[in-house]
Design a protein around this ligand. Structure first.
Ligand SMILES: Nc1ncnc2c1ncn2[C@@H]1O[C@H](COP(=O)(O)OP(=O)(O)O)[C@@H](O)[C@H]1O
Ligand SMILES: [Mg+2]
Length: 247
């Protein structure tokens, strides 16, 4: 079972849009796939029309009163399951603190599912926290979408430093560019600069209105716009990721 989390210190960078598309493409490739929505905003759950089967399920999972497999629901797509987020996820940091602040909590929890899934995608809330530490520890790859602006370079450095401070294996950190406007010099220059770091996948996701439409269609791109340029870009990037992590 390969665990990939979609993470960035910043919000609004394309974590959820990417998580929803990658999970769908993994399932379509025949991998048994689980998306765990850990962002209390529950946007990934919304894209998949998924509602938590049990009230306060995140809280109950952490407190051991709900086995994790009982929080899983099937999506309408074959091979793709989801643990939807609910509002109790907003207290996740405090809940984890009450579990003696361990960093291995998610890792151990997900071990229970290792024979059921090939891929787990975690849609993360932004920020540095106990939640992030737990997700980094559990993940085989931390996939970080980066909008190529000057400020994002700073965020990228902050995340790398955080990995260093917390002694998290930096080779887990794999990045890709999102919301790219290739006509902008700042985007081009920033991409060129960051590519030197060898931590970025070759293919990138441009700023495209079809991706915004996922919120109206409540579905991944492959479902409602499979021949769009946006879907083509996500397929190419998914190809890079598979090559980077499994092949
Ligand atoms: N490549 C893109 N082009 C245009 N809009 C995008 C793109 N990726 C995401 N969006 C839109 O930007 C907003 C933030 O994206 P989202 O995936 O929710 O970010 P995050 O999960 O990092 O907060 C959403 O409205 C989404 O539809
Ligand atoms: Mg999100």
């Amino acid at each position: 079972m390969f665990i990939a989390s979609l993470y960035n210190l910043k919000g609004g960078v394309g974590k959820t849009a990417s998580c929803v598309n990658f999970a769908y493409m993994a399932a379509k490739d025949g991998y048994k796939t689980l998306l765990w929505d850990l962002d209390p905003q529950a946007a990934a759950s919304y894209y998949y029309n998924a509602h938590a089967a049990v009230k306060s399920s995140v809280k109950k999972i952490i407190e051991h009163s709900l086995p994790i497999n009982e929080a899983i629901i099937h999506t309408e797509y074959s091979g793709l399951d989801i643990i939807p987020a609910d509002l109790s996820a907003r207290k996740l940091d405090i809940l984890l603190e009450s579990q003696h602040g361990t960093k291995k909590y998610f890792k151990n929890l997900l071990k229970e599912l290792s024979s059921s899934y090939d891929f787990v995608f975690i849609d993360c809330p932004p920020g540095f926290s106990n939640v992030a530490d737990n997700i980094f520890t559990a993940s085989d790859a931390v996939l970080m979408p980066v909008i190529p602006t000057t400020l994002s370079v700073r965020t990228y450095e902050q995340v790398k430093n955080y990995f260093g401070d917390k002694e998290i294996d930096l080779s887990k950190l794999m990045c890709f560019f999102t919301m790219v406007d290739i006509r902008k010099n700042m985007h081009k220059d920033t991409m060129q600069h960051l590519h030197k770091d060898m931590r970025f996948f070759e293919h990138y996701i441009p700023h495209l209105s079809d991706i915004e439409k996922m919120g109206i269609r409540n579905a991944p791109l492959e479902v409602f716009a499979p021949s769009s340029y946006a879907a083509t870009c996500y397929r190419a990037l998914w190809g890079d990721i598979k090559e980077g992590v499994i092949e």
